[in-house]
Design a protein around this ligand. Structure first.
Ligand SMILES: [Zn+2]
Length: 91
């Protein structure tokens, strides 16, 4: 190894600080889906046995937001359809 490639202790410690990090802790919800601990279940919206998220309303909200985003992109001429055309033309 050349001196130029050698890293100082700080950089080595920063790299190694991530070695102990493990994956997400997933637990089973009462509905059967896996969820992160201390978080509401994304499938049924329950936390600690109580419904805390209205799943149907949340799904409607995300659908509405996506639709609105699409229309805004189309209005500005940057929709994904036009982007795809540009990429195909470039190739
Ligand atoms: Zn659930």
């Amino acid at each position: 190894m050349v001196v130029r490639m050698r890293k100082n202790r700080s950089q080595t410690a920063k790299r190694r600080s991530n070695h102990a990090i493990s994956g997400q802790r997933l637990t089973k919800c009462e509905c059967g889906a896996s969820r992160m601990s201390h978080r509401a279940c994304p499938e049924c919206g329950k936390y600690n046995g109580k419904v805390v998220i209205d799943i149907v309303a949340a799904a409607k909200r995300t659908a509405r937001r996506q639709k609105r985003k699409q229309t805004e992109l189309r209005a500005s001429g940057q929709s994904e359809e036009t982007k795809e055309k540009e990429t195909t033309q470039a190739v």
